[in-house]
Design a binder for this molecule. Sequence first.
Ligand code: PLP
Ligand code: COI
Length: 366
Amino acid sequence: MQAETALTFDIKPNQTPLAEADRLKAFESLGFGTLFSDHMAVIRWSSDKGWHSPEVTARAPFPIDPASSVLHYAQEIFEGMKAYRSADGRVVLFRPEENARRFNESARRMAMPELPEAAFLDAVEKLVRIDAKWIPEGEGSLYLRPFMFASETFLGVRPSKEYIFCVIASPVGPYFKGGAKPVKIWVSEHYTRAARGGTGAAKCGGNYAASLIAQAEAAENGCDQVVFLDAAEQRWVEELGGMNVFFVMEDGSIVTPPLGGTILPGITRKSLISLARDEGITVHEKPYSFEEWQADVASGKLREAFACGTAAVVAAIGTVKFSGGEFQIGGGETGPVTTRLRQALVSIQRGQSNDKHGWIRAISGI
Ligand code: PLP
Ligand code: COI
């Protein structure tokens, strides 16, 4: 991958990187999002200069003025993507252009400046290059978190005139503590995530802030994740706090809620739809209600359900709990379609199988 951009990054290597022995020790027990690499990539924006001062530098705190607008009006967006070390030693990214495009869709919705896709990709590539030794071998990966926030010191309510774009990197293992075991999810009947005309399709921090109380309710009920129903009727299944959702029917077809502006257009979702169709599976992007879900489990029509996203990859849903009770799917085991689709996706992401859709971008020379 060679991203072309008019911005030339100033590369300032960290003078006190973590010692190799400490890094390798930390790699022995990787969770999600607790360990960070030595560097970060930063680009600044102001209304008079546009994008400027791109640099790759030691990861360090940003000084934030107490009146910085992000702290008051939450203009913040982010992305999530991963770099993998493939079995043949290459460093690869999965569909990074999709993240660059979605980042700008989020930026537009939040009245923030768009970052040229080439600059987004260049920042990611430069960070992965300098921190390549932070990519764990084997099952792990380097989770990349590009984000942008409003940094103007101003309390008036209007779009900020200054922003900071940054990419940080975190070596990660499984997102869920139970690893590849099926997850337990909680159906939120009090809280919704996004309404029509809102920010549901944008990857903005505010959506996650709004989801945390429901996620806490899920945890209190012994569940790993929350699933949201639509805001208008509290009836239609939308998505989980941080993942999209799929249902596998007894006739072999798959159902997933449609993109209608209230759910995140997941890149994993889009990729799995293609991979399923490659296998001749019929995929319906159509509304699916919680009543149907319960009835289909009771009748045996629903065979499997799974959640998917960059962080979680593909996770079978084993148990669904709600205020009125709970039910199991597929005997609480990961079903064959979920397993097959996960395998098809992971083997492409890790550069192990024929990438016939051309989704992999190798970063050369590392
Ligand atoms: N839905 C939400 C709310 C998410 O946070 C994520 C994760 O990024 C997804 C869906 C899945 O998106 P993707 O597959 O692009 O990671
Ligand atoms: C990701 O999968 O990259 C996400 O952003 C979801 C995360 C917030 C759990």
